[in-house]
Ligand binder design. Structure first.
Ligand SMILES: [Zn+2]
Length: 167
């Protein structure tokens, strides 16, 4: 079940995704919250520099491995604007993090990219539980997903403008 606290953290993820977009990165943002409710790490996508593995969920998994005990990790929740990709889901599973709450799903993202006539990503968009069986997950949430869809549309438009030859 999702409560007001969950919605607050998801709202922060959308803010971080917006910040990603504003700095030229694809719009994804994530937050790591521990058992006491404290935000321990937050970040957004940083792939604009050319390293396509710089996803916030991957950064969270590595930060958690370096800074939290296995028990702390298992009791934590990762909130994210878009469902983990297989790389990030695997990293999350390997370091033993807990529940994931996502605002929009990978299935929605695929449909949006399709609508925008974009080439699909090189990595399959699998549901988290196909990568990490049994992990508790919640999402997507329609009202937030609509906002994220708009961020993706804006990102794609900004990329198109960037790739247009100068006249
Ligand atoms: Zn990822």
């Amino acid at each position: 079940m999702i409560n007001e606290t969950d919605m607050k953290h998801l709202g922060r993820c959308v803010e971080l995704a917006t910040k990603a977009l504003e700095t030229g990165n694809p719009p994804f943002g994530s937050v790591l919250v521990d058992e006491t409710g404290a935000v321990r790490y937050e970040g957004h996508n940083l792939t604009a520099d050319g390293d396509d593995t710089r996803h916030p969920e991957f950064a969270i998994a590595r930060w958690a491995a370096a800074n939290m005990t296995p028990d702390e990790r298992a009791a934590s929740t990762v909130y994210t604007s878009g469902e983990h990709c297989p790389m990030c889901a695997a990293a999350h599973g390997w370091v033993g993090l807990g529940r994931i709450v996502y605002a929009s799903s990978s299935k929605q993202l695929s449909a949006w990219l399709d609508e925008l006539h974009l080439t699909p990503p090189p990595v399959a968009t699998l549901p988290i539980n196909q990568v990490v069986p049994g992990l508790p997950t919640e999402g997507p949430f329609p009202a937030l997903a609509e906002v994220i869809r708009e961020l993706h549309r804006r990102y794609q438009n900004s990329q198109k403008r960037k790739n247009q030859p100068a006249e």
